[in-house]
Structures are given as structure tokens and as C-alpha cells.
Design a protein around this ligand. Structure first.
Ligand code: NAD
Length: 262
């Protein structure tokens, strides 16, 4: 039987740890050549590793130059937790992610798939549309000002929540942007996943995180998330476009049921 990702060359950011590391492993197992991008060094599960700081526009430009053409997919998994400074969170989770994605477009093959690692933290995006519109003009140079003037600072982990709200919205907005080339974009939104940054969420959200964990039967693991990312990178998901797929043990459905009185 042909493997689901055979013949594909995929870029996986954040490939050195947690969900990205497991995504790289699954993609290789499913037959892909995997090019990892991370600020940390590890060659586990990748065919080549590009050591890049995704908060630095010059390094992103250099990465785009260095990567080969005819790429079949990009998984934007790298991200910082809410305990990191707000400016840096927005740079890595949103501005750098968009810069890499848009920069790589000319190197994507017809029919390529882009997958953004959003989060259950982006669930409330519809209530932040004015800030999301304002963030469309966000660049590396004006992040500090944006953090000061919008609800995207360190307080209560808002920088992280906003980065994921804007990422979900950007994914929806790009449902058909590159349709003429068959290129599609989707997002995966995990609930709490047991990786090195789970403790950062619990620290930032305090009682709220403890309550969420009590309602859920368990936290997720990278193995719960990675096959879903790999499926979205495969041709089997070809008609899924602009979707934000919750992979959260039912938590987003639980929130929706509470909101709508089901
Ligand atoms: N763990 C969770 O509970 C959870 C829940 C929902 C969404 N997510 C998202 O999943 C993604 C992966 O998170 P994880 O839990 O595997 O965390 P992780 O810390 O294990 O992995 C994140 C990776 O991103 C890399 N990275 C961070 N900043 C970078 C930078 N400036 N340049 C290059 N690489 C950088 C790190 O080196 C690391 O390898 C993130 O986008 C995160 O927001 C995680």
C-alpha cells in the first residue's frame, strides 16, 4: 500500500520539540521527506534541519532562500507560550509565521497544503475582530506598539490568546486565496497537550486551567495531534479548505454546548 505522504517534501517548523517533533516523525513514517525548522538543534526525525529564529525577519528571508523549490507542504508548528514576553509571542506565533508562509508561496508546488498550529486558545476569535483587522498591518517593526494599544499584552496571557485568535481568522480568510494553484490552508486547534510548555499555560491561566483540566478526562499528547496535521498535509484532505479543526478531546464542543444552552 502506498504511504499517505510518499513523494512529498514537507517543511515542519518547531520540529525540535513536542507537537512539531512528533509531526516530523509521523510525516516521515508516512513516507515524506521532512525539512525541520527550529531555533534549537536536533536532527531527530528530520532529513535536514534549518536552524532559524522565527522572530527574526532577516533569518526568515534567508531560510526562504535556502529551502528547495517544489515543496508539497508547510506545517507551521513553532510557537511560544504565554509566559514569554508579549512582543516575542506575537512575532513568533503570528508575524513570523505569516512572513514565512507568504515568503514560501513561490516555492510551493501546485496542490500544496499549509497547516497552522492554532489552539483552543483561539476559540473566542469572533469577539476580537476589530483587533484582528488591526493586526493585518502588523509587522516586525510595529509589534511593540500593537501590544501597547490592543488587548494583546502579557496580562492574563492575552498575547498568546490573541496570536491564536488572529491565526484562526487568517486561516479562514485564506480559504480560497491560492485556489488557482490548488494550494490550501487549514488550522488545527489542540486543547492542552502534554509538552514542555503545558506548565506555562497552567502557570498563566491558574484556576481556569485547573478547571479545564478537571472537566477534560486527560490532557492531549503530541501523538493525538501529529496524525491530524499529517492528514491535513496529505492529498486525502484535498477538499478541506480554510478549516479550523479542533483536536481537543471534545473541549470546544463542551464550550459551544454551554454557550448555546445545549
Ligand atoms: N502544548 C499545548 O498545550 C498546546 C496547545 C495548543 C496549541 N499548541 C501549539 O502547538 C505548537 C507547538 O507547541 P508545543 O506544545 O509542541 O511546544 P514545544 O515548546 O514543545 O515546541 C515548540 C517549538 O517551537 C520552537 N520555537 C519557539 N520559538 C521559536 C523561534 N523563535 N524560532 C524557531 N523556533 C521556535 C521551539 O524551539 C520548540 O521546538 C505551538 O504553536 C503551540 O502554541 C500547544
Amino acid at each position: 500500500m502506498k504511504k499517505m505522504l510518499e513523494g512529498k517534501t514537507l517543511v515542519v517548523t518547531g520540529g525540535a520539540s513536542g507537537i512539531g517533533l512528533e509531526t516530523a516523525r509521523v510525516c516521515k513514517q508516512w513516507g515524506a521527506t521532512v525539512l525541520g525548522v527550529d531555533r534549537s538543534m536536533t536532527h531527530e526525525h528530520v532529513d535536514a534541519l534549518y536552524k532559524v529564529d522565527l522572530s527574526d525577519p532577516a533569518q526568515i528571508r534567508e531560510l526562504v532562500r535556502a529551502l528547495p523549490a517544489n515543496l508539497h507542504g508547510l506545517a507551521n508548528v513553532a510557537g511560544l507560550p504565554p509566559t514569554a514576553p508579549a512582543e516575542l509571542v506575537l512575532k513568533v506565533n503570528l508575524v513570523g509565521l505569516k512572513a514565512l508562509t507568504l515568503g514560501l508561496l513561490p516555492k510551493l508546488a501546485e496542490g500544496a497544503s499549509i497547516v497552522n498550529l492554532a489552539s483552543l486558545a483561539g476559540f473566542d476569535w469572533a469577539n476580537h475582530v476589530s483587533s484582528i483587522h488591526a493586526a493585518e498591518a502588523l509587522d516586525f517593526d510595529n509589534v511593540a506598539e500593537f501590544v501597547r494599544t490592543h488587548d494583546a499584552g502579557d496580562q492574563g496571557g492575552r498575547s498568546y490568546f490573541f496570536s491564536k485568535e488572529a491565526l484562526v481568522a487568517w486561516t479562514l480568510q485564506n480559504r480560497w486565496t491560492w485556489r488557482d494553484r490548488g494550494i490550501r490552508m487549514n488550522a488545527v486547534s489542540p486543547g492542552p497537550v502534554d509538552t514542555p510548555i503545558l506548565g506555562d499555560f497552567v502557570k498563566t491561566l491558574g484556576a481556569r486551567a485547573e478547571e479545564d483540566m478537571r472537566v477534560m478526562d486527560r490532557a492531549g499528547t503530541p501523538a493525538d495531534i501529529a496524525p491530524v496535521v499529517a492528514f491535513l498535509l496529505s492529498d486525502a484532505s484535498g477538499w478541506i479548505r480554510g478549516a479550523n479543526l479542533p483536536v481537543d478531546g471534545g473541549m470546544s464542543s463542551h464550550l459551544l454546548c454551554n454557550i448555546h444552552g445545549l
